[in-house]
Design a protein around this ligand. Structure first.
Ligand SMILES: [Ca+2]
Length: 176
């Protein structure tokens, strides 16, 4: 994991000035949290160079800003969500996958709050949506599952409303 730690160090250098709160949150992660963070940001090192280009840094930072708290449990859930959207199982989010990820994250942001960041609870709900879409149970969305998702994303509010009634995994979380 030392190689991906280099990814964290390079991200830290970038955010130290621009995003001090994010830098502090990253610095206070324990070993498990760092592993989860590496798992998130390594997806943006698309060419596998073990460092992020300026553009990839911006993408990674932008994706990290979508979670309310950079903590081990949220990073763990975020990795699981992003795994479903790594459609070719490359461990990287190539541009088309990133586009879908952004679309999905935009559609479900604020499902249990009126802000634009994901809490741990909201990530759990989003994961339940993706798990339920993964009818073939492969851990990522296949072409037909993706097609269904695309159609549903056209009306995200209706999508979420339906999920609350029809998705047993979502219901289970809401009824806790
Ligand atoms: Ca991929």
């Amino acid at each position: 994991m030392s190689d991906s730690s280099a990814l964290i160090e390079s991200l830290l250098r970038t955010v130290a000035n621009d995003e001090p709160a994010m830098a502090r949150a990253i610095e206070s992660l324990d070993a498990q949290g760092r592993r989860e963070l590496e798992g998130v940001i390594a997806r943006f090192d698309v060419r596998d160079r073990e460092e992020l280009s300026r553009k990839e840094q911006v993408t990674a930072t932008g994706m990290l800003k979508r979670i309310r708290k950079i903590e081990t449990p949220t990073l763990e859930l975020y990795n699981k969500v992003l795994d479903y959207l790594d459609l070719n199982a490359s461990s990287k989010l190539e541009p088309a996958e990133l586009e879908l990820a952004v679309e999905v994250l935009d559609a479900f942001t604020g499902i249990a709050s009126d802000n634009e960041v994901y809490s741990e609870y909201e990530l759990e709900l989003l994961l339940a949506v993706l798990r339920n879409l993964d009818a073939s149970n492969t851990g990522r969305l296949e072409r037909d599952e993706r097609a269904r998702l695309r159609v549903r994303l056209e009306e995200p509010r209706v999508f979420w409303k339906d999920e609350q009634y029809s998705n047993p995994l979502v219901r289970e979380i809401l009824e806790r």
